[in-house]
Ligand binder design. Structure first.
Ligand SMILES: [Ca+2]
Ligand SMILES: [Ca+2]
Length: 81
């Protein structure tokens, strides 16, 4: 039957097109560089705002300067260091 051959060609064409689309639109994930103040992966989030940088040491909340019980800013009047 001629129709089957044409069908097979159409299916083959669809498969080829699908593979090409996957190749070009596949996992094209650019990782965020966490210290360049740019949105490297174009997801609208820059550096520490991007969840890709959640493990980046520079994005982790550092220890507070206030290391005593009083609620003052220990930076302003520290004697020596
Ligand atoms: Ca960045
Ligand atoms: Ca980003």
């Amino acid at each position: 039957m001629k129709l089957n051959k044409e069908k097979a060609l159409i299916v083959l064409a669809i498969v080829v097109i699908a593979l090409v689309m996957i190749k070009f639109s596949g996992p094209k994930k650019t990782s965020e560089v966490c210290d360049n103040m740019l949105d490297d992966n174009s997801n609208g989030l820059v550096d520490c705002a991007d969840e890709d940088c959640s493990d980046w040491p520079g994005c982790l909340p550092g220890p507070s300067d206030d290391d005593d019980d009083s609620a003052d800013d220990d930076d302003s009047s520290s004697s020596g260091g």
